[in-house]
Write a protein that binds this ligand. Structure first.
Ligand SMILES: Cc1cc2nc3c(=O)[nH]c(=O)nc-3n(C[C@H](O)[C@H](O)[C@H](O)COP(=O)(O)OP(=O)(O)OC[C@H]3O[C@@H](n4cnc5c(N)ncnc54)[C@H](O)[C@@H]3O)c2cc1C
Length: 381
């Protein structure tokens, strides 16, 4: 049996469900979401929950700022508590190069209404009691950054989308796509086929595989990233503490656990989501360096997920020349949760009106042919 729709969304992660909601709210009637597992089984359900506006490139700052503005209103919008806690983000500075980067970036962020500021080591110690300041020259701090519960955002968007009539089909893996003579897309799954004039490919690290089914080449690579959780502790850590140089991030959850991760430059590209003992040692050592008092705290859980990494670590978003009705968003390189509300808003504008309120032309696939590529120095991991 073939189900027809106005748009087929492939991927039931935060981007798929946020887009489904925004499209339904814009008036689109027949929207189908196809998810091969359960909702959130991909990167969304494994992510570190960080939401920050401190970036180096103006375009990234603007996207993140707009996302935060949407996050702030999401509970009202969706009728769902998404647990957005704006405890700030503290970017530790370990050398002159980072000091120079941060002092150049803060005025750019401030000009764009992001209230970041420079802290000296004494301010850092006041903000985060017990932090080890050895080698710390200071930090950049933005009080309106924070963390948001990924499953709540996912479920909030999903439930609100369902209320607007979106048909969300879990355990429905897309195995084939054909472009028919009339220009519509025929999508094959084990549970039947689907037909629509538009498809939105937001399959996370598998977006490139879905695109390849119709001959679109996306130059992203999957990379495993691991994450761990400690026993619950008394609340002591408001901001997310990160290091651009050392690649770690730590935050304290509502339950009191320290949640964090650390990147590994030597991690090869793969679809592995296995946990490793090597990560556990590197992570525990980084956590103990930053918070010596946590040396004896137990790590109770660890898991892994995939970063979908683009050559310049910036998202790939929009339409593709020669493929009318095809849209995608991927390549978030470990930062796609924080951008999901603005991604959904902009893709919805593009799909329903043909243009976007914030330019996304620099996020298209063609940039990889044109070059040169610019990587934001605030990418972690
Ligand atoms: C350890 C870790 C920590 C992270 N920390 C942060 C953070 O602190 N802040 C932040 O902003 N981002 C973070 N990220 C990145 C963030 O999780 C992702 O960028 C974001 O969740 C991407 O959402 P998505 O909906 O595009 O993809 P996903 O959540 O991966 O969803 C894609 C969905 O597509 C489905 N799918 C794939 N193939 C098919 C198919 N053939 N048919 C049907 N469905 C299919 C998958 O099952 C999956 O559910 C982190 C990621 C990891 C792994």
């Amino acid at each position: 049996m073939t189900t027809t729709a106005e748009i087929i969304i492939i991927g039931g992660g935060v981007n798929g469900l946020a887009c489904a909601y925004d499209l339904a709210k814009s008036g689109m009637k027949k929207i189908v979401v196809l998810e091969k597992g359960y909702l959130g089984v991909g990167a969304t359900g494994r992510c570190g929950a960080g939401v920050r506006q401190q970036w180096g490139m103006e375009e990234n700052i603007i996207l993140a700022r707009e996302s935060v503005r949407i996050f702030e209103k999401l509970p009202e919008e969706l009728g769902f508590n998404v647990f957005f806690r704006q405890g700030g983000y503290l970017v530790l500075i370990f050398d002159e190069h980072e000091y120079d980067l941060v002092t150049r970036s803060i005025p750019v962020q401030n000009k764009l209404d992001v209230p970041s500021r420079l802290l000296d080591p004494k301010d850092v110690a006041e903000l985060v009691p017990g932090i080890n300041l050895d080698g710390v020259l200071g930090a950049a701090y933005c009080p309106t950054d924070g963390v948001c519960y990924p499953y709540a955002v996912l479920w909030g968007y999903g439930e609100a989308a369902r209320r607007l009539g979106v048909d969300i089909r879990t355990h429905t893996e897309v195995t084939g796509i054909d472009v028919l003579d009339d220009g519509t897309y025929s999508v094959t799954t084990a549970n039947g086929s689907y037909n629509a004039p538009r498809i939105l490919n937001v399959a996370g690290a598998r977006t490139k595989d879905i695109a390849a089914l119709i001959g679109i080449d996306i130059p992203t690579k999957p990379h495993r990233h691991e994450i761990a959780v400690t026993d619950a502790l008394k609340p002591f850590l408001d901001p997310v503490v990160i290091s651009l140089k050392k690649g770690f991030y730590f935050s304290q959850s509502l339950r009191g656990e320290i949640v964090g991760g650390i990147g590994d430059d030597n991690e090869p590209s793969s679809y592995s989501t296995k946990s490793s003992i090597d990560f556990l040692f590197r992570y525990a050592s980084a956590l103990r360096d930053v918070f010596p008092a946590l040396g004896k705290v137990r790590i109770i859980r660890q898991w892994a997920g995939l970063y979908d990494v683009s050559p310049d670590a910036r998202p790939i978003m929009g339409a593709v020349d020669g493929f009318d009705g095809y849209y995608h968003a991927c390549g978030f390189s470990g930062h796609g949760f924080m951008l999901s509300p603005i991604t959904a808003k902009l893709l919805t504008e593009l799909i329903t009106t043909g243009s976007t309120s914030i330019p996304i032309d620099t996020l298209g696939l063609t940039r990889f042919d044109k070059g040169p590529l610019t990587k934001d120095p605030y990418v972690v991991g």
